[in-house]
Design a protein around this ligand. Structure first.
Ligand code: NAD
Length: 512
């Protein structure tokens, strides 16, 4: 075939939309798959039931999603178990597993616009971020762990002269990955990458609010050559699908990301069933501690992006500011100015929007009721404080700063998971540390100061899985991520993440 003939026959790819209307037209032409993916194919729920997914952008249905329940859980787990036991994935040469995972990552990148659009329609996050962050970060994560496939070594223990003790890491078996709705693609990839590279089979249960990108991922993984049954995607509600999955006697591990409340249930399910391994990435109430010598412009930028990015629906969002009284007023002004200039609330399909919609109406109501609680407890509403863009039919909350919050107030203690920042003043460093550590959470924190002695003192004293100094939310696949205290245990990202999807086995041989 000539080059000319090839060009003539191939349909031209549509250019990437540059306007809201362009993305709306693209959305209208999408054919969205909402079925479960079990044993290598898309299937309806055994009950035939499906639920409508209402997009938080406008409150209208965008997809019908299979309503998985116990029968579907059993089918998905049985498929994953067969795939694990016959070794169709774990026994493949590491270099072959690497090739499949790298191809999977490439297919995610190639599917950028469709995956980004699904993520935005489902979750209400802005399209610019879905394109620039969610999809590429998910692809990078799968590639990162794919690369590890032929680079991890087992150990030989130093024992007697006529003994060889191999210390091997072996796959656990069937992993249930139960994930939340705020970063569906990224968090799914954080589970799939290390679980798959270790040789496990996975049943991925997306949150009921955000099933669409996970359902699409399954087809891309299959196209990349992941054998049937190694990745099953089971949409459905927490009680009806997540609970039987976490209680299942043939699931070897639950890797959970979500609320602290449901994380605690996971530990109960493991104890009540087969003592499956549990790894938990749960809630947060991350503090910024701002000392009086801090670069206030840098701090204001880090704080504004840290709470308003993804409209505050981020587990490690810097939702508390603990600021020295001398710079409180100036800092608050600057944070509000950064939000206005750089992170405008808008329609999520508008490429210029900086923050979008809350995940659903119930969550919007919860965020607003906590703002009300803050007001009642005496906080001053510096900006925002109410619903926005109500004319769209969608679920938006105005970017909100509550100033003068007391350390014991609900808005200083409870995870709000919305664009709401609580500002509390301090007078002494000891008081600031006590406040920073004064919640049940310990996911992340930041310290802002030009004094390196203070930076080291505070980063040691604050109990959190990540402490940023003079920055916020800088991250890499190379660094572990996860919590202290009731923010959970186990780590996503970095080579350490693979460990929790494996067990150590000693093989001891004595020779003559
Ligand atoms: P959630 O706990 O309500 O739900 C998480 C997942 O658990 C969903 O898939 C849900 O269907 C399932 N689930 C709910 N109830 C269940 C039950 N009884 N049995 C089994 N499964 C059940 O959390 P969410 O509202 O989806 O997400 C927001 C929460 O996630 C916030 O608390 C946030 O901090 C947390 N989060 C933490 C991290 C982290 O890495 N630490 C990252 C993102 C989100």
């Amino acid at each position: 075939m000539t080059a000319t003939a090839t060009t003539a026959a191939a349909p031209l790819p549509a250019a990437r939309p540059t306007t809201r209307a362009g993305w709306e037209a693209r959305a209208a032409s999408l054919r969205i798959e909402g079925r479960a993916f079990i044993d290598g194919r898309y299937v309806s729920a055994a009950s035939g039931r499906a639920f409508a997914r209402l997009s938080p952008i406008h409150g209208r249905a965008v997809a019908e999603v299979a309503e998985g329940a116990e029968a579907d859980v059993n089918a998905a787990v049985a498929s994953a178990r067969r795939a694990f036991e016959d070794g169709r994935w774990r026994d493949r040469a590491p270099v072959e597993r690497k090739r499949v995972m790298l191809r999977f990552a490439e297919l995610i990148r190639a599917d950028l616009e469709e995956l980004a659009l699904l993520e935005t329609l489902d979750v209400g996050k802005v399209i610019g971020n879905s394109l620039a962050v969610d999809v590429p970060f998910a692809a990078d994560c799968i590639a990162y762990y794919g690369e590890l496939a032929d680079k991890r070594f087992d150990e030989v223990a130093p024992v007697g002269p006529r003994d060889v003790a191999l210390v091997r890491r072996e796959a656990l078996g069937v992993v249930a990955a139960i994930v939340p709705w705020n970063y569906p693609l990224i968090i799914s990839a954080w589970k799939l990458g290390p679980a798959l590279v270790a040789g496990n089979s996975v049943v991925l249960k997306p949150a009921e609010q955000s099933s669409l990108s996970a359902i699409r991922l399954a087809a891309l993984a299959a196209e990349a050559g992941l054998p049937d049954g190694v990745l099953n995607v089971l949409p459905g509600f927490g009680e009806a699908a997540g609970r039987p999955l976490a209680l299942h006697g043939d699931v070897d591990m639950v890797s959970f990301t979500g609320s602290t409340e449901v994380g605690k249930l996971m530990m109960g399910y493991a104890g009540a069933s087969n003592m499956k391994r549990v790894a938990l990435e749960c809630g947060g109430k991350s503090p910024h501690v701002v000392l009086p010598d801090a670069d206030l412009d840098a701090a204001a930028s880090g704080i504004a992006w840290g709470i308003f990015y993804n409209q505050g629906e981020t587990c490690h969002a810097g939702s508390r500011v603990i600021v020295h009284r001398a710079v409180q007023e100036a800092l608050v002004e600057k944070i509000a100015a950064v939000q206005r200039a750089e992170i405008p609330l808008g329609h999520p399909l508008d490429p210029a929007a900086g923050m979008g919609a809350m995940i659903d109406e119930a969550h919007m109501g919860r965020v607003l009721s906590l703002v009300e609680a803050g007001r009642r407890e005496g906080a001053r509403v510096h900006c925002g404080g109410g619903r926005a863009l109500a004319e769209t039919g969608g679920f938006y909350v105005a970017p909100t700063i509550l100033d003068g919050v007391g350390q014991r107030d609900r808005v200083a203690q409870e995870e709000i998971f919305g664009p709401v920042l609580a500002v509390t003043p301090f007078d002494t460093e000891a008081e600031a540390v006590a406040m920073a550590n004064g919640t049940v959470y310990g996911l992340a924190a930041a310290v802002w100061t030009e004094d390196m002695h203070a930076a080291h003192r505070l980063s040691s004293a604050i109990r959190a899985g990540t402490v940023w100094v003079n920055c916020f939310d800088r991250s890499s696949l190379a660094t572990p991520f996860g919590g202290f205290k009731q923010s959970g245990f186990g780590r996503d990202r970095s080579p350490h993440a693979v460990d929790k999807y494996t067990d150590l086995k000693t093989v001891w041989t004595a020779y003559r």
